[in-house]
Each structure stands twice: as structure tokens, then as C-alpha cells.
Design a protein around this ligand. Structure first.
Ligand SMILES: [Zn+2]
Length: 466
């Protein structure tokens, strides 16, 4: 096996072909496991030989990193966490001893902004960047992107690797790229004007952004379905694209279909979890690109298909800054699904629906914000945004209040009759109780009360004192 694999840039399938790499995408699982093992053996040995970090990290490993014999042995290597990256990069700035190439071979520097701690830095070599482009082109092909499409990348162009990853994949595929960006004042109004003028066929951003774009368009007197030309949208960064009601809302608003994508910036090619043009919610795990294991959040042992756990990701063809068995902190369930596309990958059946840290425990019941979002979007009076307020009184259990916007017409009724909203509030309360299994308090707010976001929505307000 040639490692790292070389991919000729001249290759492109014919537009009527379903698969970019038919052999890799339809392998029988046992054959794929052998293929992945071959790549991981070389990836781990390479990292061990070239990185001071991995030499130290694997010192007490129960298996020989220079000679991994099976996927079960691979699963005995220690799990890498964000804390490992932070402390290593603090001690050996800026990349830590993850870097396996000379610093002058780094082609791109990306990172995370560090909103929850020290920023993390990724140095990406040119060959790795080309392989990221190839992987993303292949996955976007599965999502339905073709060279005659125009892709509007409506996400911020900065350290954030999401937008660049989308751009480089669409470029490699041969599509027309429209790197619009987001986040500057007034840019959403401009996005409405440009979408109506250029009529891109594909949009990349976050689900929150797509809904915000539609709201802004309507305020400007445009109809997102009639005046734009979006055929499909692919999203990352939020669970929304696999939240059934949010997904449906975006599809109906724009008259398009939606593809959910995304693992983590650290794991770029981050599209290795991605739906296809046939899958109705959820994401296939393109295992030969980035290998995903499902791990129990407490015991840290591997879980079989059908189980819910934390995805743990490994690069399989990274030479600059490889991440091996990286703990995502997300929660998802994996299984085999019979997708009409014919790919034989396991699937995160309902996408990534939360973070281990975001899981709210109300009276012993696990509740995810994405589940509440799904219920609210199914209510006729729902006004588009919500917040979850968590409180704890001394010695008491946690209390969850759902603050939900309702449409203006419902609020107008209240001016004439102060009790007019009560039946609506009762219906919201009953529906939430039925769906999540515990009672939560509901407060109704007028539509527009909460800030709209151009990036990832932050919907939990945690007022608990430790
Ligand atoms: Zn599929």
C-alpha cells in the first residue's frame, strides 16, 4: 500500500456517476476494515517515528505503535483530548511536538478561536491540504455537487477552517465558487442581494444562518424560494441539519434539500461525517478518510453499532499534524442504514445531537437542546428562536425554563385579553413534557426577542452556581 496515498488532480468522474471513488465507497465492511487497518498502521508508525509528542504519549501503551496488528489493538492506544493539545502547545508553541514536518513545509495555519480556553493551532502541509481538497470533493460529490453548480460559502473566512474546507473541496470538484463570507455588519442584507443576483445553486453555512438569511430576505420583500435559486445546502457547526423539524423548515423555506456534515476542525477533512443526496438526516462515516470509533463516555471502551456514545476520530493520511484517537466530546448514535446511495459506511443516524457537556439532566432525564429545538419547531405558534435557562437553588435539583418565541399574531391577542396566551403556553408545556418525559417551565416571548446569529447559536443560559 502506498502511504500517504496520492490522488491525481486531473481525475473527475462523469456527472451522472453516483460515486467519486466507487471502489472505496462500496467496499464490503470486512474488506474496508483491512483497508483502514493498513492505513492506520502506517499513520500510527509515521506519527510515532516523527513526533516527540506521540513518542511520549505512547510510552506506556499496551500495544506497539510501530506495529499495530488489528483494529482491536488500535483501540488500545490512549485517547487524545483537547487538553492534551492545549498543554502540549503551551509547552512547545505554537504547534506542539505534533508537527511531523519542518515548519517551513506548513502551507496553511488554522486554529480554533479559544472561546473556551487557550486557542489551538493546526499546521497543515501542502500535500495534506491537497488530500483535504480531494476528500471534500469526493464527499461533496456524494452530496450531489457537480461542476456546473455555483457554491456560495456564507461562513466567516478566518482562522475557522470550516469555510476554507468547503471552498477547497468545491474548487477541487470544479464547481464555480462564490466565497461570500459572513459576520461583517450588514453582510446578511448583502447576502440576500447577491443570492438574488448571482443565484448560486448551493449554499454552505450553519442552519441558523440559513434561517436568518430567509428572515432577512422576507423583511426585504423577497421570497427565499422564488427569488433565490438554491438547489441544496450543506451545513456544519450545529446539530440543526439533522434535527427533523429544522431540516424540514429549511427545505420548505428555500425549496431545496439539506445535507448535514461535520466532525471537528482539528480533524479536517472535517466532512468525513456527511450525508449524501439521498439520506434524510444523519451522516455517513466515510471511514477510509477519517476513521471513527464510538466510545462509551464513562468507560472509554469501544461500542458496537447500534449504540450511543462519543465519536473518537483518527486521521488516516495526515503527514503534518496527525490527530490519532481524538475525543470529540460529542454525542451520537451509529448504525448501519440501508441508504439508496449504496454506500456501505456506518451512519450517525440522527447526526451529532449534542455535546457531552451540553447534556442537561432534568430530574434524572437526559435532555439535549437539539431535541427541544425539534419539538418547538413542530409547534404552529413558534416564533423561530429559543433559550434554555438552567437554574439551581441551594440544595435543590436543576430547574429548566424554556423561553420560546411565539409569532406576533399570538402576542397581539394578548393586548386585548391578558390570558389569551395561556392556552398556547399550556400546549407548549404539554408537548415538551410528552416528548422529553419531564416537566419544564415555559415562558413565551414575542418573535424577535432573541438575537439571530450568523454563526453557531448559543442557546443555553446557565445560571447555576456551583
Ligand atoms: Zn447515502
Amino acid at each position: 500500500m502506498e502511504w500517504p496515498p496520492q490522488y491525481p488532480d486531473s481525475y473527475r468522474p462523469s456527472p451522472d456517476q453516483e460515486f467519486w471513488s466507487p471502489g472505496l465507497e462500496t467496499m464490503v465492511p470486512e474488506q474496508r476494515d483491512r483497508h483502514i487497518l493498513g492505513k492506520l498502521q502506517r499513520q500510527v508508525r509515521y506519527a510515532y517515528d516523527n513526533s516527540g509528542f506521540y513518542q511520549e504519549f505512547y510510552r506506556d501503551s499496551p500495544v506497539d505503535p510501530a506495529n499495530i496488528g488489528s483494529l482491536e489493538e488500535f483501540a488500545q492506544l490512549p485517547i487524545l483530548t483537547k487538553e492534551h493539545i492545549r498543554s502540549e502547545q503551551e509547552e512547545y508553541p505554537p504547534y506542539g511536538r505534533f508537527l511531523c514536518v519542518p515548519p517551513e513545509d506548513i502551507f496553511r495555519v488554522h486554529g480554533t478561536s479559544g472561546t473556551t480556553g487557550r486557542p489551538t493551532v493546526f499546521g497543515i502541509g501542502k500535500d495534506d491540504w491537497d488530500r483535504i481538497a480531494e476528500a471534500h470533493a469526493r464527499i461533496l460529490w456524494g452530496a450531489g455537487l457537480r461542476p456546473d453548480d455555483t457554491v456560495m460559502v456564507a461562513a466567516v473566512f478566518s482562522l475557522y477552517v470550516g469555510s476554507w474546507g468547503a471552498l477547497v473541496g468545491a474548487e477541487r470538484l470544479g464547481a464555480t465558487c462564490f466565497p461570500f463570507g459572513s459576520g461583517a455588519p450588514g453582510q446578511t442584507e448583502r447576502a440576500v442581494e447577491w443570492s438574488a443576483m448571482v443565484k448560486p445553486s448551493v449554499l454552505y453555512g450553519t442552519p441558523s444562518y440559513a434561517l436568518y438569511l430567509a428572515e432577512t430576505a422576507r423583511q426585504m420583500g423577497l421570497d427565499p424560494k422564488e427569488d433565490f435559486g438554491f438547489r441544496f445546502m450543506f451545513f456544519s457547526g450545529e446539530p440543526g441539519a439533522s434535527v427533523p423539524a429544522t431540516r424540514r423548515l429549511i427545505e420548505e423555506t428555500f425549496g431545496c434539500y439539506v445535507v448535514d456534515q461535520g466532525t471537528m476542525a482539528e480533524m479536517t477533512p472535517w466532512m468525513s461525517a456527511s450525508g449524501c443526496r439521498h439520506l434524510d438526516g444523519g451522516m455517513h462515516l466515510w471511514q477510509d478518510i477519517v476513521y471513527t470509533e464510538m466510545v462509551d463516555p464513562v468507560s472509554k471502551l469501544n461500542l458496537p453499532l447500534g449504540e450511543e456514545g462519543v465519536p473518537v476520530y483518527s486521521h488516516t493520511e495526515r503527514t503534518s499534524q496527525p490527530m490519532i484517537r481524538y475525543w470529540s466530546g460529542d454525542i451520537a448514535r451509529w448504525d448501519m442504514v440501508d441508504c439508496p446511495c449504496g454506500r456501505t459506511y456506518p451512519t450517525l443516524v440522527t447526526g451529532i445531537y449534542g455535546r457531552v457537556d451540553d447534556m442537561i439532566i432534568v430530574r434524572g432525564q437526559n435532555v439535549f437542546p437539539s431535541h427541544i429545538e425539534d419539538i418547538l419547531r413542530g409547534m404552529d405558534e413558534f416564533g423561530g428562536e429559543f433559550r434554555l435557562v438552567l437554574e439551581r437553588e441551594k440544595g435543590q435539583m436543576d430547574r429548566l425554563t424554556v423561553q420560546a418565541e411565539v409569532l406576533a399574531r399570538a402576542f397581539v391577542a394578548q393586548e386585548f385579553d391578558p390570558a389569551a396566551l395561556e392556552p398556547v403556553r399550556e400546549r407548549f408545556t404539554a408537548e415538551l413534557r410528552r416528548a422529553i418525559g419531564v416537566s419544564v417551565a415555559v415562558e413565551l416571548k414575542p418573535a424577535g426577542e432573541f438575537e439571530r446569529t450568523q454563526f453557531k447559536a448559543r442557546r443555553i443560559i446557565d445560571l447555576r452556581t456551583p
